[in-house]
Design a binder for this molecule. Sequence first.
Ligand code: SF4
Length: 126
Amino acid sequence: MNRRRRQLTNALLTAFIGLRVVRGSRALAAGRAPSAPSAPNAPNAPNAPRTLLDVKDPAAKAVSYQEDARKVDPGLYPTYRRGQSCNTCALIEFGTAPLRGCTLFPGKLIVAAGWCSAWQLRGSKS
Ligand code: SF4
């Protein structure tokens, strides 16, 4: 039984690898780079390198994202309160790095000292 299972596993692995080789060959023949099985360079792939969010990015502009919370003008953003920053927001990735992920911007890094109008108090239920 174990031998049969091993043969079946080997056959499936061989078929999978063969399929990957054929796909890669076709991509190369078409002048494209072959795609990896998990597409690690896709923007939202778990291992994709993250790039710094540009404040001019439409998604950043939509929430008035700024890289320095100390420069937020309370006159322009009445919801802003002193002490608010990405560092104290519920949506930032845990850690202490100055550049971290935010659930609002998948595949991007934000400045932890920044702020946006979507700021949420950590531990709040809203
Ligand atoms: S949602 Fe929070 S962590 Fe994300 S950019 Fe806005 S303030 Fe920063």
